[in-house]
Design a binder for this molecule. Sequence first.
Ligand code: ATP
Ligand code: MG
Length: 223
Amino acid sequence: MEANIRESIAGGKKLGIMGGTFDPIHYGHMVAAETARIEFGLDRVLFIPTGSPPHKENRLVSDANLRYEMVEMSIQSNKDFMVSRMEIDREGTTYTVDTLRIIHNIFPQQDLYFITGTDALKEMLTWHEHEEIIRLAKIIGVSRPGYDSKNMIEKISQKYPFTKKRIAQIEIPALAISSTDIRMRVANDKPIRYLLPDEVRLFIKNKGLYNQESVRKTPFSSE
Ligand code: ATP
Ligand code: MG
């Protein structure tokens, strides 16, 4: 992890971790992180864009540096938000559990809170070393429109009783925004303004990201 980030996290007690592909980052991610930060009294939230995400190997993910840059410009005005290159600079498939281990080893005294939307929470039991993930970090499941997760915590804690006190769910202002939808909108010349920070919208435009050409290469296109 970058030395300057280590330094600014070091003084705290509670660290939020917001993992994601962020292709691109949007207001759903930012509201999730900020609401979790306030509700759980987290000192900082560290955004960690994925390198080569194990769940997304079936589609082309944008260049990691571009995804990182979009996160960086989005969080500039929030002094409690930070972004790390730790996953994108790691070789091969990046697993959340490895990231959490590294962070835990750097800050053994801190409580780690992994922030995740209910769609990802639902998938969590399929993740590599998921038990260990829940041991290393408390989980904050944030509501996401379209994904009901009412029985999720029960389900997980039935299988793993120790997780009962380690997973919490919170309601956040509902934003039915997804990166997939944003990519499709760009490809189809539909507006994305107000779904994500304006700097990111302009960056996407200037770099020609998600234009029809690049989206056409991906399996989710109708072609
Ligand atoms: P994609 O459509 O490419 O999967 P995404 O919008 O789901 O993109 P991710 O980078 O996959 O974004 O998500 C990172 C994390 O943010 C996940 O835990 C996800 O559940 C959460 N998240 C994303 N969008 C929202 C939203 N609108 N509300 C709440 N949580 C969200
Ligand atoms: Mg997603």
